[in-house]
Structures are given as C-alpha cells and as structure tokens.
Ligand binder design. Structure first.
Ligand code: ADP
Ligand code: MG
Length: 327
C-alpha cells in the first residue's frame, strides 16, 4: 500500500485525445471522436492506480498517451518535472525505460518467429552493451522473477499457454527496471484460475521491485484486490475517483453504482444479494457527446438539469471525487 503522502510519479493534467473522423466526398470533416476528454489524475510511487469502465470509454487511449504510443491532442503529463508530451528524443529514450506496458494479448506482441531468449534479449541489445554471459544471466534472472522454467529459453511463443505468455510479456516489460508498468487488460483473455495467478505475480513483483502499476480493466472485480486507488471512466471522462475502499464501499456516481452492482459477490457467506442496477441503452457516441452530463441517457436518477449542464468534479471526501450534480 502506498503511503498517504507518497511521491507523485505521474501528474496528468487535462489530457485529451481527439481522433479526427475521415471527411467525405466534399472534403475534410471537422468532426472528431473525443476518446479522452479532459482527464486529470496523479499516480503515486509504488501504488496501483486502476482505470475502469466499459469498452470504448477511453482507457487504452489514456494508457497509450501516457506511453506516448499515441500523441495526445492536448494536456500535460508530468514525469520527473518534465512534460512527457514535449520531451525531446533523448529525453524520451530515458522516459521509455521508466514506463513499460503489458497488453491483453501477449501473443500479438511477441514475435512468433523469435525464441524466448531472443525476445528477452531485445531490450538489452537496443539499450545496453552487455557481454554474452551477462546477457544470459540477465535473461535467466528475468525468467526466474516471473516464475518461468529457465529451460524454456529456446522455445517459441506458440509453445506456451496464455498465462505463460503473459509471464513472458511481464519479463520483457521488466527488463530495463522500469518504475511504471501500464497493464492494459492483462488478464482479460485468460481463464479465471490463471487470472489470479497473474494478478498475484504482478502484486508480488510490485512489492519486490517497488513498481508503480497503472492497471486498466473493464471489470471492477479484477481490480478489487490489486488497486490502491481507482478512477472510473465513462465516455472519455473520469466520473469518479477514490481509494479502493471509497469506490467499493461508498460509491457516489450512478455509473459506478451500476458497475459495482454487476460485480459478482466473491464471498459465498454473504447471502444478501446485491440489488442489481441495470444500465439501459448504449453508451452515446464519442463523436457527438451529450450537451450536459455524459451519463444522462442511461442514468437512473437523472434530473432536467443533467441534460443541460455539465457537472463539475466534486469532493466527497479528501480522497474521493465524483462528477455528478447530485453530490
Ligand atoms: P477502451 O480501451 O476503454 O475500450 P479506447 O481507448 O480503445 O477505449 O477507445 C476510446 C474511443 O476512441 C472509442 O470510441 C474508440 O472507437 C475510439 N478509438 C480508439 N482508437 C482509435 C483510432 N486509432 N482511431 C479512431 N478512433 C479510435
Ligand atoms: Mg482497451
């Protein structure tokens, strides 16, 4: 658990990412998809900061912007007193060593023609000059760290199970001792039994190495045990943010309440069934976001005002904020 006054590692201010929509026969379209629409949050050293919300709400685009794998439209991402979005090439090289990523499907990011040895050598070959023995030692210690058999060095990605491939992905991400790992739906493609193995591995690596995790998931039950703080996203905006306890025990935004009510109860002793709130309708298009509150069309407790006025982020408690007129 991160300390209350832990160092802020990433300070994200008013981040936006608009995707232009292709024009038609008559020329360029001025319309955009507001994939990320003014998102602000801080990530503290050593914590797990989770971003949750339904598919399409802008979680991956936020993650990709932090990694600068996509160029944000506007905003600021401060790391080590510098704005990542304005870093020069040599500064980016240093930053990239510090922030790594693991994806939902490691298979698509592991070259099928390369052995595990080759895959895990790549970060070192690009960044460092190591002797053959030093390189081999590094790779073996990485495999041990993620719980893979060192005799698997000469095997290829297709020879591994999904869980093992995710371990290879994690080993590669750890190669250059990053401070931050963005985990984008890292267990969503795995069987439930394997999911907890990978989550436990990430948690123990975090403790061992002092890692900071930014954990992206569409599933609140996945982030329940790993998160220190959680941001709930809806249609490109953070609608609620708070400590794990605040989000799970005292949710304020109707969207968070609905998401939570659909999380299965893990404790079989807890007999009382939760009242399930169904969210009706689809998410509005990020192309034509609503005039007032983004959640208006699906909100079970909406008022007239909500259709007209965009709510501001309100403080529920010092560690808890929500974007709703009812707070
Ligand atoms: P999530 O990860 O929460 O499922 P994404 O960040 O992938 O959401 O997508 C957010 C929105 O941006 C969606 O409406 C999606 O269709 C759109 N989007 C994502 N990537 C692109 C792209 N490369 N070009 C155009 N639109 C995109
Ligand atoms: Mg995604």
């Amino acid at each position: 658990m991160a300390h209350v006054k832990a160092e802020i590692l990433l300070d994200v201010k008013n981040l936006t990412k608009y995707y232009p929509i292709k024009g038609n026969f008559f020329g360029k379209s001025k319309e955009v998809i507001k994939a990320v629409d003014g998102v602000s949050f801080q990530v503290k050293k050593g914590e797990t900061f989770s971003i949750v919300g339904e598919s399409g709400c802008g979680k991956s685009t936020t993650g990709m912007s932090l990694l600068r794998l996509t160029d944000a439209t506007s905003g600021e991402i401060v790391f080590d007193q510098k704005n990542v979005l304005e870093m020069k090439k040599y500064e980016m090289q240093e930053y990239r060593k510090n922030i790594q990523v693991i994806f939902q499907d490691p298979y698509s990011s592991l070259n099928p023609k390369h052995s595990i040895k080759k895959i895990l050598s790549e970060p070192f070959v690009i960044n460092q000059t190591l002797s053959k023995t030093e390189l081999e030692e590094k790779i073996i210690s990485l495999l041990r760290l993620v719980g893979l058999d060192i005799h698997h060095l000469h095997r290829y990605p297709h020879e591994f199970s999904g869980g093992q491939r995710q371990r290879i992905g994690i080993a590669r991400a750890l190669a250059l001792n990053p401070q931050i790992i963005v985990c984008d739906e890292p267990v969503s493609a795995l069987d439930v039994s394997i999911q907890s193995q990978i989550l436990n591995l990430l948690k123990s690596l975090q403790q061992k190495l002092g890692l900071t995790l930014i954990f992206i998931s569409h599933d609140l039950s996945v982030v329940e045990h790993i998160s220190d703080r959680i941001a709930v996203m809806y249609l490109g905006k953070i609608v609620e943010t708070g400590t794990r306890e605040e989000i799970f025990n005292n949710p304020q935004h109707p969207y968070t309440k609905a998401l939570l009510s659909s999380v299965p109860i893990a404790d079989p002793k807890q007999k009382k069934m939760k009242h399930r709130i169904n969210i009706e309708g689809d998410i509005p298009s990020a192309k034509n976001p609503p005039k007032g509150c983004a959640f208006y069309s699906r909100c079970p407790v909406k008022m007239d005002k909500c259709n007209e006025v965009i709510p501001e982020l309100r403080k529920v408690s010092p560690n808890h904020q929500a974007l709703c007129h009812l707070i």
